[in-house]
Design a protein around this ligand. Structure first.
Ligand code: 13P
Ligand code: SF4
Length: 336
């Protein structure tokens, strides 16, 4: 391996986001990552939106709820989180004794960024008497201002666990919030945030695609806008979408979520056809630019040199832990 000044690279990691050193092109990264997992008692947790190579080396691939549950119960010494920053933060909040590493510290989230804690605190103060339910795609600062966290797997059940007349603020995803309002008949106050990937799908182009593939079922993530969700035969979190494609008798699916999930869908149902739903322009905008900052090379480097590492102020961690615990307790009681 050709090292270009690892100490300098470690100093720069906060600025660049990852260890910017050269790797010998002949190195078998799959083998190296397996070696490092054993040597360091490390577990690799990956979201379905990660590139295919990362999914293939992961010990666990899942949606946000599954990943939080795995992070909480792992006995590994090191959690390597191949996902975005708020997911690694959640792992640290739930399991503070573990070293949490991220391949690229700058893998953020447009949805999480849409809710700065100071502005959100003001919004919360303007709505006294409201319980705050926050989607897990938010910073630890927003979690600390929340009463219960939810994910796209359990949002409906979490909302329905509260009395019907309970006033609720739902943050930060207005599309998921509007979808849950519609499903439950509630009138939650919605923070005006959205995911840049799920907002980009074009209802018009999906409709045209459906004309060319009349037997295809349209499946969508609830972070999509209502206009797209109205077209869907099935709506669910990434894990729920994956399970639907495995069980459903349909042979063709138009998938309105980030393209990374298609790898697992195709792997689990090799005889079925998966078509990514088109965005409303010609770019590959249904690839999450944050999720895709992680690469196999960065994953290997962060494991080898144990950097970047996520650390957190203990008061913030404890404040953010409470609403996550409430979510996990409600989820467990409902068998989710
Ligand atoms: P889930 O993992 O809950 O399906 O959410 C998708 C997502 O946008 C994660 O960033
Ligand atoms: Fe955030 Fe959307 Fe990317 Fe998920 S897909 S990490 S919600 S920007």
């Amino acid at each position: 391996m050709t090292l270009i000044n690892i100490n300098e690279a470690k100093k720069n990691v906060q600025q660049v986001g990852f260890l910017d050193v050269d790797i010998d092109a002949h190195l078998d990264l799959f083998k190296e990552i397996e070696r490092l997992k054993k040597e360091k008692n490390a577990v690799v947790l990956a979201h379905y939106y990660q590139e295919a190579d990362i999914q293939d080396v992961a010990d666990y691939i899942g949606d946000s709820l599954g990943l939080a549950q795995q992070a909480e119960k792992t006995t590994a010494d090191i959690i390597v989180f191949a996902g975005v920053h708020f997911m690694a933060e959640t792992a640290k909040i739930l399991n503070p004794g573990k070293k949490v590493l991220l391949p690229d510290f700058k893998a953020g989230c447009s949805l999480s960024d849409s809710a700065p804690p100071l502005l959100f605190k003001k919004f919360k103060d303007e709505h006294p008497g409201h319980i705050v339910i926050s989607y897990i795609n938010c910073s630890a600062g927003i979690k600390a201002l929340s009463d219960i966290i939810c994910t796209s797997s359990n949002a409906r059940q979490i909302v329905e666990s509260l009395p019907e007349d309970q006033k609720i603020i739902f943050a930060p995803d207005k599309n998921l919030g509007a979808y849950i309002n519609k499903k439950t008949g509630r009138n939650m106050v919605l923070w005006n945030g959205a995911c840049m990937v799920h907002e980009i799908f074009s209802r018009e182009k999906i409709t045209k695609l459906k004309v060319r593939h009349p037997d295809a079922k349209i499946i969508a993530h609830p972070e999509c806008e209502d206009a797209v969700l109205q077209l869907a035969d099935f709506i669910g979190s990434t894990t729920q979408l994956l399970k639907f494609t495995e069980k459903d008798e349909g042979k063709e699916f138009i998938v309105a979520t980030e393209t990374g999930i298609l790898h697992k869908m195709q792997k689990n149902s090799p005889d079925k056809i998966f078509i990514p739903a088109p965005p409303d322009n010609s770019c590959a905008c249904n690839d999450c630019p944050h999720m895709k900052l992680n690469t196999l090379e960065k994953l290997y480097l962060c494991m080898e040199y144990e950097s970047p590492e996520l650390t957190m102020d203990e008061d913030l961690r404890l404040a953010a832990l409470k609403p996550i615990r409430r979510m996990l307790e409600i989820s467990a009681s409902l068998g989710l």
